[in-house]
Design a binder for this molecule. Structure first.
Ligand SMILES: Nc1ncnc2c1ncn2[C@@H]1O[C@H](COP(=O)(O)OP(=O)(O)OP(=O)(O)O)[C@@H](O)[C@H]1O
Length: 282
């Protein structure tokens, strides 16, 4: 929890996105505070992936603006946004499956360094040595942190789904992001894998100082981990605030009722509330 409101690290204002006649996003606005864990939730088709793709620059919004560290990035191309510090994972894992874990992580790092190729040429020998050392340091720190040392030389295709998700997080971290965007980080995971991932998300903030923005369907996890929750429905923000505020919002309940998800949502919200009451605030 932050002691006071700082300037948002990421500010989304009035973002609108249309695919032909389909309005995927309509005037979406929210801020991500530095050091926070912010979650975007909503029923299927609410616009969560479209929003993520717009923030990371894969989609160009038809209206509105996105500011990152105070700078307007609405028209900045996706690779540049990544180098500026917007790292992300994908709903359907986007790793190179035939390559090893380590090579996938190296690729994340490479994307980060690409902008400095010409600078590096100037300093050639020294810069290259320093870069190689730094690169190794970062890779080792990430491998150690995510507890994936034992699989570093394994091809990604041989790993369980949970481990692949962890490697994807490692690759995103290798870019040394200021904000880590996680698209359904625990989708398809069993309970143990989910708990591991929740711990990594909390630790990534605590130990690496990385701000987290995630899309997630697992309500227990969202309510446990998040400082701020943004609820989308039909491409609009229908509620946002702390987990407690969002859980109490009648429109949120109606949105899930309309989608047929309400039984599941209520059960999970109740479980999360009970757990919070027992454990106290995180
Ligand atoms: N590439 C696309 N072309 C056309 N329509 C799209 C495209 N991507 C998304 N949409 C539409 O935009 C709306 C929002 O979809 P989006 O995938 O962003 O929702 P979501 O909240 O991520 O859903 P889910 O939880 O199922 O992943 C939907 O009506 C969807 O059909």
């Amino acid at each position: 929890m932050q002691a006071r409101e700082a300037l948002p690290l990421l500010q989304v204002d009035g973002v609108t996105l249309a695919f032909g006649g389909v309005r995927a996003l309509s005037g979406v606005g929210f801020g991500v505070q530095p050091g926070s864990i912010t979650a975007v939730i909503g029923p299927n088709g609410a616009g969560k992936t479209s929003l993520f793709n717009t923030i990371s620059g894969f989609y160009r919004p038809t209206g509105g603006s996105i500011r990152f560290e105070g700078r307007d990035i609405t028209r900045v191309p996706a690779p540049q946004r990544a180098r500026m510090g917007l790292g992300r994972s994908f709903q359907n894992i986007a790793l190179f499956r035939g390559m090893t874990v380590l090579d996938n992580i190296k690729l994340g790092r490479h994307a980060h360094l690409k902008a400095n190729v010409f600078d590096a040429l100037f300093y050639l020998g020294r810069a290259r040595r320093e870069e190689a050392e730094l690169r190794r340091d970062i890779e080792e720190r990430i491998i150690d942190f995510l507890e994936i040392d034992h699989i570093r030389h394994a091809p990604v295709s041989a790993l369980s789904y949970g481990l692949q998700k962890r490697v994807e997080m490692a690759r995103a971290l290798a870019m040394q992001p200021r904000i880590l965007m996680l698209d359904e980080p625990v989708a398809g995971m069993n309970r143990e894998e989910t708990e591991d991932m929740a711990r990594f998300i909390l630790d990534v903030r605590a130990e690496w100082g990385v701000t987290v923005l995630m899309v997630e369907h697992d309500m227990g996890m969202v309510m446990d981990l998040s400082d701020h929750v943004v609820v989308l429905n039909f491409g609009q923000v229908i509620a946002q605030g702390t987990p407690a505020v969002v859980q109490a919002d009648p429109e949120v309940n109606r949105a899930y009722l309309g989608s047929g998800d309400v039984g599941e949502l209520r059960r999970k919200l109740q479980a999360a509330a009970n757990a919070n009451a027992t454990v106290g605030a995180a």
